[in-house]
Design a protein around this ligand. Structure first.
Ligand SMILES: Cc1ncc(COP(=O)(O)O)c(C=O)c1O
Length: 390
């Protein structure tokens, strides 16, 4: 018998069973190549304001790399903190209306930092069922205990806080990434105040789109700068760059700098990303109408999609999603859109809390009316059977 006829077991054989199950459920994820330039109409990314290739943003990234190098070289606590990072933090805090800010290497890291640092042992974390994976993982890593409450229901937050006598922290997306609906922030903040709990809101999809000139959901809800409110943002969506930040009272930011492991033990944000985000913030400040236009485009897409018989939730910011009959149908629908020149996102379990697969369309501020017509034509012509009865 040849020596290799029997393959010895390996510690990872269980992976094959999982992969088979994913494939047969239509849930396999694969990477597709992305060329530097493409004729595809891109509604899959999160470049809400169309800034990622803005000349000022690209030039600032290149300039920052030339001055500071390709990377931050280490944790900012170890190798030092550049004036570029300090300026970005001051400008972000000022723009969004908070006292202070701390920039981290991603929005994901910012959420892990904020939840873990603000919810030590004995804290009850109340987390919305529709929260982003990074907030969920923050809850899992925190020493406090977590109660997951029904989506966007302040009364459920009240009930959860009422069961607890110690410190409380309520965590919520400001705009939920699956359906694009906004959290009831003002009501939730009111409930937090009844119980002396802190409010941590993830404004990944609100910055650049909601609030005056895109100042974000906290500003829109009159909560920016409050002593009991902390916000996280990503620099990778409206600001066309990469990275994240926590915004809040100065003492909260100083606490994060001293205790947040994803800040302390992580290499600082790359200078090119910091430079790009600063420049994008500058463009947004100079052209505040971009925020309004993104919201307008979202509303038009929603009105026309529902008018064509599709099931879409009313968007509160720039995320528009359309329900699909099944995960496999959603994948096929997205592929057929791509074949017709339109790139859309495809959300399937486990990324959708209710198990319903969706196409996800980004309402970019730089979409022309002709482009919106084209989106409608493509989505309608490629719709799978049952897409209007989900
Ligand atoms: C709601 C929300 N929070 C946090 C993140 C993470 O941000 P980043 O991509 O900068 O890590 C995302 C991005 O996908 C998001 O949608």
């Amino acid at each position: 018998m040849p020596r290799d006829a029997i393959t010895p077991p390996t510690p990872f054989d269980w992976i094959d069973g999982q992969a088979d199950r994913r494939r047969s459920a239509g849930l396999e994820r694969v990477l597709r190549p992305r060329p530097p330039r493409s004729d595809l109409l891109d509604l899959a990314g999160n470049d809400y304001l169309g800034l990622t290739r803005h000349p000022a943003v690209v030039d600032a990234a290149a300039d920052a790399a030339r001055v500071w190098g390709g990377g931050a070289t280490g944790s900012r606590l170890v190798t030092g903190s550049t004036e570029l990072h300090a300026e970005l933090e001051a400008e972000l805090a000022e723009f969004c209306g908070f006292e202070s800010a701390l920039v981290l290497s991603s929005g994901y890291a910012a959420n892990l930092a904020a939840v873990t640092a603000l919810a030590p042992h004995g804290t009850l974390i109340v987390s919305d069922a529709g929260n982003h994976a990074s907030l969920i993982d923050g809850c899992r890593l925190a020493r406090g205990t977590t109660s997951v409450v029904p989506h966007a229901t302040p009364e459920a937050v009240r009930k959860a806080l009422a069961t607890h006598t110690g410190a409380g922290l309520v965590v919520t997306d400001s705009v939920f990434s699956v359906d694009g609906d906004a959290a009831p922030l003002a009501e939730t903040a009111g409930v937090c105040r009844e119980f002396g709990a802190g409010l941590l809101l993830d404004d990944a999809h609100g910055l650049g789109v909601l609030g005056t000139g895109g100042r974000g959901a906290a500003q829109a809800a009159g909560l920016a700068g409050a002593p009991d409110v902390v916000a996280t943002v990503t620099l990778s969506k409206s600001l066309g760059s990469q990275g994240g930040a926590v915004l809040g009272p100065a003492r909260v930011i100083a606490h994060l700098l001293n205790t947040a492991r994803t800040f302390i033990f992580d290499t600082g944000l790359a200078p090119a990303a910091a430079g790009a985000a600063r420049a994008a913030l500058g463009v947004l400040r100079a052209e505040p109408a971009r925020a309004e236009r993104a919201r307008q485009v979202a509303h038009t897409l929603y009105t026309r999609l529902t008018g064509a018989g599709f099931d879409s939730a009313r968007p509160d910011a720039a995320v528009v999603s359309v329900r699909a009959p099944s995960p496999a149908a959603a994948v096929r629908w997205a592929a057929d859109c791509r074949a017709m020149g339109l790139l859309v996102g495809c959300f399937r379990p486990p990324s959708v809390p209710d198990g319903i697969s969706r196409l996800r369309l980004t309402a970019r501020a730089d979409l022309t009316d002709e482009a919106i017509d084209r989106v409608l034509t493509v989505v309608t012509e490629t719709a799978p059977e049952g897409a209007r009865d989900v």
